[in-house]
Design a protein around this ligand. Structure first.
Ligand code: INI
Length: 154
């Protein structure tokens, strides 16, 4: 019989940092609210959560890496919103933040959760920040809870 290892959605005294981009704040602040609500519903003491604000999504990886390396957090939740504009800056930002967060997780072995939405329009971003397509900040918090729990078992 195989052994299955899976993380539970429980707080277990785990500590979380949220690194959030100020760019498109009208979207990212709702995503942080969603993340905090989900953490609290699963028993996390919000007094123990640190929220780190950065200018834009491209600045998320370096701040996430500092948090991950500090040893103070069991998972780092990255929250950003990249919305396609008239230029190809969109592609650079998406690629930088996605590869940077992934590399951070691999380098530090701390789960670094990619709660960064990438959309063509502002409407699509709003839909993913607590309206008709759920709240991606909340989804990211669930992934952080699960991964923090899983890492304890591996
Ligand atoms: N940053 C975002 O978080 N979202 C965006 O949509 C965005 N766009 O479109 O440009 C964006 N750019 C800023 C970037 O993340 C950096 O803050 C900036 O380039 C300074 O390094």
């Amino acid at each position: 019989m195989p052994t299955h290892v899976e993380g539970d959605l429980v707080a277990d005294d785990h500590r979380f940092a949220i690194v959030v981009s100020r760019f498109n704040e009208f979207v990212t602040e709702s995503m942080v609210d969603g993340a905090l609500d989900t953490l609290a519903r699963h028993g996390v003491d919000l007094d123990e959560v640190t929220i780190v604000h950065v200018p834009g999504s491209l600045e998320i990886p370096v701040a996430a890496k500092k948090c991950a390396r500090s040893g103070d957090y069991d998972a780092v939740i990255c929250v950003g919103a990249v919305i396609r504009g008239a230029t190809d800056h969109f592609d650079y930002v998406c690629s930088g933040v996605s590869s940077g967060t992934m590399q951070t997780a691999l380098d530090t072995e701390v789960p670094v959760i990619f709660g960064v939405i990438t959309t063509d329009t502002i409407e699509q971003a709003i839909e993913r920040a607590g309206t008709k397509a759920g709240n991606k900040g909340s989804d990211a918090a669930e992934a952080a809870l699960e991964m923090a729990n899983l890492m304890d078992q591996l």
